[in-house]
Design a protein around this ligand. Structure first.
Ligand SMILES: *Cc1c(COP(=O)(O)O)cnc(C)c1O
Length: 243
């Protein structure tokens, strides 16, 4: 039966990812509970997501606020939705209403807009500040220098909790090549912590399918994993056209 084949393959993928996470935690002498798996669902079919839900994986990442909002309405409220993609200020309201965490705050103006929207929703919204550690021109995020400057003069954001930092490493087939970027994010977090004691800065969101082990070794608390979870599922999904 195609459905059970799908479930079995997904279960294997999840187990493999969890095992890679555990081994990385062991190498880094960190407890397994220190790292959360955010399953990136941006390319996942709803049928795959229903299986993932039944496997008990409840942290899900979406890139687009519209898709996050519409999918949040289709799945149980126990799912924690992480917005990981670029957020335009005119979509901040969707994020403030539906996201459990926003990983991609890349400007002071966005921080201010999210503060207003979170206040309107009468909630405290956890956010991460996105940092462009690698310095690539096409990447979003604060530069480290900007962030250190901003931190000294940050607007009051009583409805936001600045939980940490997020970064994307440059694309590479060699996971080791991401290590410097991940270490840079951790060191920046450590400096910011001294500078702004009001910001909790517990989280480091870094590492994707190809390099999350290296990220864990460098202190990641949230790894954003998509393709490694969905490998092989397309071939087992005969109804992919009418998702
Ligand atoms: C798509 C995406 C991921 C997941 O990437 P994979 O290589 O599929 O694991 C992680 N973070 C962000 C911001 C993404 O857009």
């Amino acid at each position: 039966m195609p459905e059970s084949g799908l479930r079995q393959r997904l279960e294997e993928n999840v187990r493999a990812v969890r095992q890679r996470m555990e081994l990385a935690c062991q190498r880094a002498q960190r407890p397994v509970s220190a790292v959360r798996l955010v399953a990136v669902t941006k390319y996942a079919q709803p049928a795959w997501m229903r299986e993932l839900f039944s496997l008990g994986e409840l942290d899900w990442g979406e890139n687009r606020p519209q898709q996050l909002a519409s999918r949040a309405g289709e799945f149980p409220e126990t799912v924690r939705w992480h917005l990981i993609g670029t957020l335009q200020r005119n979509k901040a309201q969707l994020a403030a209403r539906h996201a459990a965490v926003v990983h991609s705050v890349d400007s002071v103006r966005l921080l201010e807009t999210l503060e207003k929207q979170a206040a309107t929703c009468q909630r405290t919204l956890p956010v991460l500040l996105e940092v462009n550690i690698s310095g690539e021109a096409q990447k979003h995020g604060f530069t480290p220098a900007e962030l250190l400057a901003v931190a000294g003069a940050a607007p009051a954001t009583p409805h936001l909790s600045i939980e940490g930092l997020m970064t994307m490493a440059p694309h590479s087939d060699l996971p080791e090549e991401s290590r410097g970027v991940f270490r840079g994010l951790r060191e920046l977090r450590d400096r910011l912590r001294e500078q702004v004691p009001a910001w909790p800065l517990r989280d480091l969101s870094m590492g994707m399918s190809g390099d999350f082990e290296v990220a864990i070794e460098e202190g990641a608390t949230l790894v954003r994993v998509g393709s490694a979870l969905w490998e092989g599922l397309e071939a087992l999904s005969p109804h992919s056209l009418n998702k």
